[in-house]
Ligand binder design. Structure first.
Ligand code: ARG
Length: 254
């Protein structure tokens, strides 16, 4: 009886020891075996995604990282042109597209969208001394946009306007500073960031539209869509989502 007890204590100790040893070995093996969640984005869109040194940071990067963590997956971010994101998702080269991407009817024909995680507006940026005072004044003007964005789509509907498409939103803003174009239509938060960095520009009070951002997922990947919505729901409920957004968008900025 006594011997049995000693043996079992020893066995337990051995187990604890070997488990600990195995555990740490396993976890390092685990991380290399973790399934990757590939996120396609266009990191030219602060505060949602932008480069900081070698890293891609921002609201979307952090939301995706939090989702990946909940799914026990390893997040990998692929930076590409904005209009390549949906093709990457439909081709299965990326699992998700997270890029401050607005849910539109058109896009819903190629991909599914998760529940929305942010609301946004399209705004007009002009020079401080511009005679353009609202979206209605854009008729006949030269308007800069980021290629393939909703701003691009709205601009193409403006009467007699010439639309200049740029690969990056900031390039459109630079062209405006240089007097090459009359206005830029772009999402509200990036607009604030770009105007902060430029000289002599302002954002018009009257916004163009209200939009909603969501995560693009391949139509046949309903399993992932469900998991992402669950994870997003948890991030909303726990306050983590608001926390991430508040980190990048100061409520009383300006
Ligand atoms: N919300 C706009 C759209 O969906 C612009 C998004 C641009 N995003 C980016 N990461 N460059 O078209």
């Amino acid at each position: 009886m006594k011997l049995k007890k000693i043996v079992s204590v020893l066995l337990a100790a051995a187990c604890v020891f070997s488990l600990a040893a195995c555990g740490s070995k396993e976890s390092s093996e685990d991380s290399s075996e973790k399934e990757t969640l590939v996120m396609a984005t266009n990191a030219e869109f602060p505060p949602y995604e932008y480069h900081e040194g070698d890293d891609i940071v921002g609201i979307d990067a952090e939301i995706a990282a939090a989702i990946a963590e909940k799914l026990g997956m390893e997040l990998k971010i692929e930076d590409m042109a904005f209009d390549s994101i949906i093709p990457a998702v439909t081709a299965g080269k990326a699992d998700i597209g997270v890029a401050g991407m607005t849910v539109t009817e058109d896009r819903l024909e190629s991909v599914n969208f998760s529940d929305t995680y942010a609301t946004a507006t399209q705004v007009v940026i002009v020079k401080e001394d511009s005679d353009i005072t609202g979206p209605d004044d854009l008729a006949g003007k030269t308007v800069g946009v980021q290629l393939g964005t909703t701003g691009d789509i709205y601009a193409s509907d403006i009467e007699d306007a010439t639309v200049e498409q740029y690969n990056k939103g900031f390039e459109a803003v630079q062209a405006l500073t240089q007097g090459k174009i009359d206005a830029v239509i772009i999402d509200g938060e990036p607009a604030k960031e770009f105007v902060k960095e430029a000289e002599g520009l302002k954002i018009l009070d009257e916004a163009f539209t209200e939009e909603e951002y969501a995560i693009a997922i391949a139509k046949d990947n309903t399993d992932l869509e469900e998991k992402i919505n669950d994870a997003l729901g948890e991030l909303k409920d726990s306050g983590k989502l608001d926390e991430i957004i508040a980190k990048y968008i100061k409520a009383d900025a300006e």
